[in-house]
Design a protein around this ligand. Structure first.
Ligand code: SF4
Length: 442
């Protein structure tokens, strides 16, 4: 496994750094003091660029290039928005960061704001995560009292106000453009891009919208230099990623989630070992990587490195950074149907391919699961697997068919068995009594 000796985040509850005092004892806010006294904003961005930091929200976009675009905008109000929402509610990443290391997130926001020239920032999180929200409020108050936030930070000429925004808006609440709409108090609908938030984001002003985990990496890069991140991870992606590993619980139908800090480039097998998760033919049917929109990979793919490009090549995504083992008894037709049904409820409904297409996928899979499918259904599903991402406005629609595509690609026998009228694992029961009627949907 690639080097894990240098932990930049906090995945271990024993190392909780919730208070300002505990955080500063570990060197916290030294990076901010250094940046404000010794570095220009462009030097901060250059250091982040040298570190090779990529966005942790799923896209993998270079953090420094986003920062540079906002910094180069014409004079005027600029914003930083920290996305700590965890779109997939099963992800523990942002929640753990806020609960155990909130000042690392705050210091990252302040460093980013200094780098791009923003004087106002928002920290956006799930309101249902009450402990995280309370910890953030305390950390904001402490940072303000200690001079790390507010006017003339640490005696410098730089000032910043951070507002915490707690909302509970389902999966799409975490989508970047929807998040900006919600902060503005508008309906939750994803927006056409370009223009990107870096050009016209919050209140049509240049906005750095960055994932909380991405920002939490900044203090280590500035305090210890780009090499602190470069020393960990893969050639393509520096550093480590907070990953939630979900395994079946002791009681059937339940699951257990565990957070690990995984260097990019470590294989899926290494990730499961790090989480003490068992995955053998006897126990596990598939490993799903990327969360509710992730792809299901067979055990033969456990040597795939956890990285943006390698996962994409295999049919999965970094996405919500969830690695999930499915019990050996899982029928992959049923699994793909459940994912499509869930996603059809979570779409914002703005574009037809996503709003109608995902529903039709769920309906067709229900028919196949119920023994009412035909070979032509597989051809139609293949067509939808292309049509939905191609016609979708935001990443939700682009990624929505990964469960379907990987289930059909790697577990074709399950589909063929259902077309012959039997469930391969004997676990499916009919869920509809008639074939899916397309005219009722359109
Ligand atoms: S792809 Fe789906 S979630 Fe995204 S804007 Fe279109 S309808 Fe909304």
């Amino acid at each position: 496994m690639p080097d894990t000796s240098t932990s930049l985040l906090v995945a271990d509850s024993n190392a909780a750094l919730t208070s300002y005092a505990a955080y500063t004892q570990q060197g916290g806010y030294q990076a901010l003091r250094k940046a404000l006294s010794q570095m220009s904003p462009s030097e901060v961005i250059a250091e982040v660029g040298a570190a090779g930091l990529r966005g942790r929200g799923g896209s993998g976009v270079a953090a420094a290039s986003k920062m540079a675009r906002v910094a180069s905008a014409q004079d005027g109000q600029r914003y930083v928005v920290c996305n700590a929402y965890d779109a997939d509610p099963r992800s523990l990443a942002a929640q753990a960061l806020l609960e155990r290391n909130p000042h690392a997130v705050l210091e990252g926001i302040i460093l980013a704001a200094y780098a791009v020239g923003a004087t106002e920032a928002f920290l956006y999180l799930r309101s249902s995560r009450e402990q995280a929200a309370a910890t953030v409020q305390t950390a904001l108050r402490e940072a303000q009292e200690q001079g790390a936030l507010g006017g003339a930070i640490f005696g410098s000429r730089f000032s910043l106000a951070i507002t915490a925004v707690g909302v509970e808006r389902g999966f799409m609440g975490g989508e970047e453009s929807s998040m900006l709409e919600i902060i503005k108090g508008r309906p939750m609908k994803a927006q056409q891009r370009p223009p990107y938030p870096s050009e016209a984001g919050l209140y049509a002003q240049p906005t750095l919208a960055q994932n909380a985990e991405t920002l939490a990496n900044l203090h280590a890069i500035i305090a210890r230099g780009a090499q602190a991140l470069k020393a960990i991870g893969s050639q393509a992606s520096s550093g480590a990623k907070l990953v939630t590993v979900i395994t079946p619980g002791a009681t059937p139908g339940t699951t257990v989630g565990r957070l690990i800090e995984l260097p990019f480039g470590a294989t899926l097998a290494q990730a499961l070992r790090a989480a003490n998760a068992e995955a053998s033919e006897a126990t596990t049917r598939a490993v799903v990587v990327g969360g509710m929109e992730g792809g299901a990979l067979p055990l033969a793919q456990l040597s795939v490195p956890f990285d943006f490009e390698t996962l994409q090549d295999a049919g999965a995504i970094v996405g919500s950074s969830i690695i999930e083992t499915l019990p050996a008894s899982t029928c992959m037709v049923h699994w793909a149907m459940e994912r499509a049904a869930y996603l059809s409820q979570e779409t914002c409904g703005k574009c037809v391919p996503c709003r109608v297409g995902v529903k039709r996928v769920a309906g067709l899979l229900e028919g196949i699961e119920s023994g009412l499918g035909s070979k032509n259904d597989l051809a139609v599903l293949t067509e939808f697997a292309q049509y939905i991402p191609d016609g979708s406005l935001c990443g939700f629609g682009v990624n929505a068919t990964h469960p379907l595509v990987t289930a059909m690609q790697y577990f074709a026998d399950d589909f063929n068995a259902h077309l012959e009228g039997r469930c391969p694992t004997g676990t499916c029961a009919p869920v509809r009594a008639h074939r899916y009627a397309l005219k009722h949907v359109l």
